[in-house]
Design a binder for this molecule. Structure first.
Ligand code: S3P
Length: 435
């Protein structure tokens, strides 16, 4: 599917992005193995949600959608009846995580702890993403995991059970890796400690703690001891990664005011706000509230005079999904933006360094690829062109926003990739474009 986008005279919008994908995935997985009943409202939407629910149901989790929920007070809600730590059952066929790295890595942590055999696979993109990073620690906890290329690529076959705790120095600041180990750690004998090189999103440890698990965070280290979980109701805040597209549209369009509603602003996720503010953006928070251990707020973004920044080190894991759209913002900034230490982008749903550089360069950006990031000289006028989504939701959506702020007409090929995390994205964008 191709999408054609033009820049409107004004961008005036109030947008409610989907529920946060990371929090929804954890709410589904952890409540599935908890004791009790949970209601999860504002659950994320899209193909990645289907992937996570399919894998959990394949293991015997009891998850059903229902309308007009009295308990959560929402129109649509997922009820999860926990089966307890030991209530999952051997899947009769391979589990399919689709395009979702979070599903594959978190569910594999769960499989590593189960006393049965299972296989997990995914789509072509996911089957080429690195899995050794989870296989190595889970194997040292006692699971037997094999896969293509000596266990580094899916499909992964897992013989789980009888785990023991480990003390693990993580080679990458990845929340998926951390979560995979912590989930396995719930079942392991003794304590499991993960040591992070930098802070990555902390939804897993927050939620486990809220569910009564024995989990302690000390600086960058997280320790979990074998624990049962108590089901909790979760009202998921809206996804800051989905929100970031509209924030950047608001900042870069010369005549814009955008309000993004009820966005999760957990500090381990909100790097995009900090970066935009450090670029001089006109962004502010309103209606800040805290619910279920996760803060949220409305984010208001208006036309801004941006300046270039250097992005490297500890901020990178906290903006990892927003770097493509921040690169677009950098095209509108005075001066140069340098992004370093971001080689993880090369192993996402696509190689997001080369995909971002390819797309923005087609529109006339002065942007150069480096091994672990990119260099953007702001100020070159962006003009509509034909660009590719590279089968990656975040790239397709970044190029859609580029179309909203570039002169002339932009065509995004493979726009349907947005359905992975944000099926309504193009409808919202068309609404903004048509005023
Ligand atoms: C996610 C963690 C990040 C992020 C992904 C979602 C999560 O990946 O890119 O979209 O929910 O844990 P890494 O932890 O591998 O960096």
């Amino acid at each position: 599917m191709d999408e054609m986008v033009r820049s409107p005279r004004a961008v005036e919008a109030v947008v409610t992005p989907p529920g946060d994908k990371s929090i929804s995935h954890r709410a589904a997985l952890l409540n599935s193995i908890a004791d009790g009943n949970a209601h999860v409202s504002n659950f994320c939407v899209g193909d990645d949600r289907a992937s996570m629910l399919r894998c959990l149901r394949g293991l015997g989790a009891r998850i059903r959608k229902h309308a007009n929920c009295d308990i959560s007070g929402s129109d649509e809600c997922f009820e999860i009846r926990g089966v307890g730590l030991d209530g999952l059952s051997e899947p009769g066929t391979a589990l399919n995580a689709g395009n979702s790295g979070t599903t594959m890595r978190l569910v594999t942590g769960l499989l590593a702890a189960q006393p049965f055999f299972s296989v997990i696979t995914g789509d072509r993109s996911l089957r080429n993403r690195p899995m050794k990073r989870i296989a190595t620690p889970l194997t040292s906890m006692g699971a037997r995991i094999s896969g293509r290329r000596e266990g580094s690529l899916a499909p992964l076959a897992v013989n789980g059970g009888n785990l023991h705790g480990i003390d693990y120095e993580m080679p990458v600041a990845s929340a998926q890796l951390k979560s995979s180990i912590l989930i396995a750690g719930l079942y392991a004998k003794g304590q499991t400690t993960v040591r992070q090189p930098a802070l990555s999103r902390d939804h897993t440890e927050r939620m486990m703690g809220a569910m009564g698990a024995d989990v302690v965070t000390e600086g960058l280290n997280v320790t979990v001891r074998p624990s049962r979980l108590k089901s909790i109701n979760v009202n998921v805040p809206c996804d800051i990664s989905g929100a970031s597209f509209w924030m950047v549209a608001g900042c870069c369009h010369p005549n814009a005011r955008v309000r993004v509603k009820s966005v999760g602003i957990n500090p381990s996720r909100a790097g995009v706000l900090e970066v935009l503010q450090s670029m001089g953006a006109n962004v502010r928070l309103e209606n800040v509230v805290e619910e279920g251990g996760e803060p949220s707020a409305d984010i208001v973004a208006e036309s801004s005079d941006l300046v270039g920044v250097e992005l490297s080190g500890d901020i990178i894991p906290r903006i990892i999904d927003e770097i493509p759209v921040l690169a677009l913002a950098a095209c509108f900034a005075r001066g140069t933006t340098v992004i370093r230490d971001a080689s993880e982008l090369r192993v996402k749903e696509s190689d997001r360094i080369s995909a971002t550089v390819d797309g923005l360069r087609r529109l006339g950006a002065n942007i150069e690829e480096t091994d672990d990031g990119m260099i953007i000289k702001g100020g070159a006028k962006l003009r509509g062109a034909v660009c590719d989504g590279f089968g990656d939701h975040r790239i397709a959506m970044t190029m859609g926003i580029a179309g909203l702020v570039a002169d002339g007409e932009t065509t995004v090929i493979g726009a349907e990739a947005a359905s992975v995390s944000y099926p309504e994205f193009w409808d919202t964008l068309r609404g903004i474009q048509d005023g």
